[in-house]
Design a protein around this ligand. Structure first.
Ligand code: ATP
Ligand code: MG
Length: 443
């Protein structure tokens, strides 16, 4: 196949037949976040490379191996965002949002770019839904954030996700932990990969997150961070758990979670599935109290999570999670001849103004072909307008689901059709619940 008709490796098209599913899932997440007080933020797809090398951390896989970095024509080093937190925090600092009431709660839907080995659930361009709660150190915020993730999955009907939480302490208690880790890994030095040898000196915790199987095996025996966290961090973690218990959110403490980004402190968590292969982490997040200072701002304890849209869609597909049906076109106007086609355009315009979805022939097809097309579209109703209808002034609305056909005057059709829709909707409701509704009571 010619190069121009082939997408780049690790990228995906979302086609019309499926896009409504993703749209529904994304809209649900935004709506749920709104219930928790989150407002949308949009930041650029590219930023100064330094934002990520400092914000995400230059000992991470993301920065060391995965970033799409290039020099622009002005010689600046630019990077396509590998994640959303650094950009959100940059915007928070740049626009003085710290002067607004805190915490500032922001949400986003963004594309992210990582040069990784493409496989199921791992793409080079992927999409995240993320939330960031900026400017609070209280453990109640950690639990509320986790509750937001929990609510999203339960609203969407996703089952079997395990919530794993951990605390990775603060820079203070981490000093002790780093020392213990160094001692442990020093003794296994010969078996570590090259990247981890470098990490041993700079950030030994990163070794725990290495994807190489050899390092993973060694990491299993490493000291556990929970044994090293200080009293304050421990009290914080206990309160987070107390809130989760109170909200009936099931979790397990997994002392091996450290997360892939450098900026995390204290609470970290993941929602993990065993149904979509090795890439099972659908959502990950935690607290990053040091990030604002790392970027040159004032101390701003904060937290957030990111949820991979493609992985979630894979999981929902694997589970056969029911989704609402796609919205159907309500009316297709079949037209015979030029005058009828013009009349169809006019009717469509005024019905669309009333919020009704209408299509008519814009391809110059025969009546038979239009009927076939309407059928394929799966429209709810059709009407035919031809010379004889224009002459008699009467048209017939045909219910494509097999209901009764109804004759209407062409004159004032828009109003009659709307009443017809309302009557049908009321019938549906009354039919479903078995009660009677007097239509005139509705107006
Ligand atoms: P992993 O361990 O799978 O590499 P990560 O720790 O790099 O994940 P985060 O940076 O925390 O992931 O990103 C949050 C979420 O974004 C992940 O839980 C996942 O759902 C999704 N995600 C991350 N990288 C990819 C990718 N390359 N392709 C698709 N989704 C991804
Ligand atoms: Mg990764």
């Amino acid at each position: 196949m010619a190069l121009v008709t082939k997408a780049i490796k690790g990228t995906q098209d979302l086609l019309p037949a499926d896009s409504y599913k993703t749209r529904y899932v994304e809209q649900s997440m935004l709506d749920i976040a709104t219930k928790f007080g989150y407002k949308e933020i949009r930041t650029p797809v590219f930023e100064h490379t330094e934002l990520f090398s400092r914000g995400v951390g230059d000992t991470t896989d993301v920065v060391q191996k995965e970033m799409y970095t290039f020099d622009d024509k002005g010689g600046r080093s630019i990077t396509l965002r590998p994640e959303g937190t650094a950009g959100a925090m940059r915007a928070f600092l740049e626009h003085g949002l710290f002067n607004e009431p805190l915490p500032q709660k922001v949400s986003y839907l963004t594309s992210c770019y990582r040069y990784e080995k493409p496989q199921a659930g791992r793409l080079r361009e992927f999409h995240q839904f993320g939330v960031e709660c900026l400017g609070t150190a209280a453990p109640a915020a950690d639990a509320e954030l986790i509750a937001l993730g929990h609510e999203i999955f339960s609203y969407l009907g996703v089952e079997g996700l395990k919530l794993e939480i951990n605390s990775i302490g603060c820079p203070e208690c981490r000093k002790k932990y780093h020392a213990a880790l160094r001692e442990y890994f020093e003794s296994k030095k010969d078996a570590l990969c090259g990247t981890c040898l470098d990490r041993l000196g700079r950030n030994p915790m990163r070794i725990l997150d290495c994807k190489s199987p050899e390092c993973g095996e060694i990491a299993k025996g490493a000291p556990k961070v929970l044994d090293y966290i200080c009293e304050d961090c421990s009290a914080h973690f206990e309160t987070v758990k107390k809130h989760l218990d109170a909200m009936n959110i099931p979790y397990v403490v997994n002392p091996t979670i450290v997360r892939g980004l450098d900026y995390y402190t204290r609470t970290v968590f993941e929602f993990v599935s065993t149904e979509i292969g090795a890439q099972g982490t659908v959502c990950g997040g935690g607290r990053y109290d040091g990030l604002a200072e790392e970027l040159g701002g004032a101390k701003t304890p904060s937290l957030g999570f990111a949820l991979g849209i493609e992985r979630l869609m894979l999981l929902m597909q694997a589970q056969g999670t029911p989704l609402p049906e796609e919205q159907r076109t309500d009316l297709y106007i079949v037209s015979m001849g030029e005058a009828a086609n013009v009349a169809a355009a006019k009717i469509a315009a005024s019905l669309r103004e009333e919020g009704i979805s209408v299509q008519y022939d814009v391809a110059g097809r025969s009546v038979k072909a239009q009927m076939k097309f309407a059928n394929k579209l799966g429209v709810r109703n059709t009407v035919v307008i031809g010379d004889s209808e224009l002459e008699s002034g009467k048209i017939i609305v045909k219910d494509m689901d097999g209901g009764e056909s109804v004759e209407m005057e062409l004159d004032g059709f828009e109003d009659s059709y709307q009443s017809y829709l309302i009557q049908n909707a009321v019938k549906d409701i009354a039919g479903a619940d078995g009660f009677e509704v007097n239509i005139s009571d509705l107006f």
